[in-house]
Design a binder for this molecule. Structure first.
Ligand SMILES: [Zn+2]
Length: 192
């Protein structure tokens, strides 16, 4: 899937969790940083792709992208698996612990979850593509939804642009309509 679809998918997944799960009261700073972390998490697995939007926006991105590509075993390898999810989760956890003393008003637990929700949404979305996702590495098999490769979507193709992307928008409208009261309560009373 392309970056724009991953961004929207990450946002949709976060919205679904906010709408359906019990949440603690958080600061406005936490909400904003969490939203940003969610977007980063949504494209982070493509750190293994030198041409990914993740790298394109960095000045040394081209070279850094190539290095990470080799380190992570090429595109759709380590960062597109459950082991990768755990490794990134641990790395992100320790990075947030280091940053925590400098940002006392930010609830790092929430920021951690927001990133991980984005990350997981990326793997789920990539599962709909022809290439599939090696969820169970080191077992070298790429899984997809549906299992039959020919029925899956090609990245950046017409189905992604005209069916999957609009469907995600509709899903957002559905979530915000069904959980309107809960989301309104959250925005009014839980963000300080
Ligand atoms: Zn990917």
């Amino acid at each position: 899937m392309i970056g724009r679809t991953h961004d929207l998918a990450a946002f949709t997944a976060l919205g679904l969790v906010v709408a359906t799960e019990p949440l603690p009261k958080i600061s406005l700073a936490t909400a904003m940083v969490a939203l940003f972390a969610n977007m980063i998490g949504g494209i982070a697995p493509d750190i293994d792709q030198p041409t990914a939007p993740f790298w394109k926006n960095l000045p040394i991105g081209k070279y850094a992208g190539r290095t990470f590509d080799r380190l992570l075993g090429g595109h759709r390898f380590l960062s597109h698996s459950l082991i990768g999810l755990i490794i990134f989760g641990l790395g992100w956890h320790y990075l947030l612990i280091i940053l925590m003393p400098s940002f006392p008003y930010i609830n790092m637990d929430i920021v951690w979850w927001a990133f991980m929700i984005g990350f997981l949404s990326h793997l789920v979305m990539d599962s709909f593509t022809r290439e599939g996702v090696p969820w169970l590495l080191p077992i070298p098999f790429k899984f997809g939804i549906p299992p039959l490769t020919t029925l899956r979507v090609s990245t950046g193709g017409l189905i992604e642009k005209f069916i999957i992307f609009p469907s995600l928008i509709l899903l957002n409208i559905f979530i915000y309509k069904v959980y309107y009261v809960k989301l309104l309560t959250f925005l009014h009373q839980y963000i300080k």
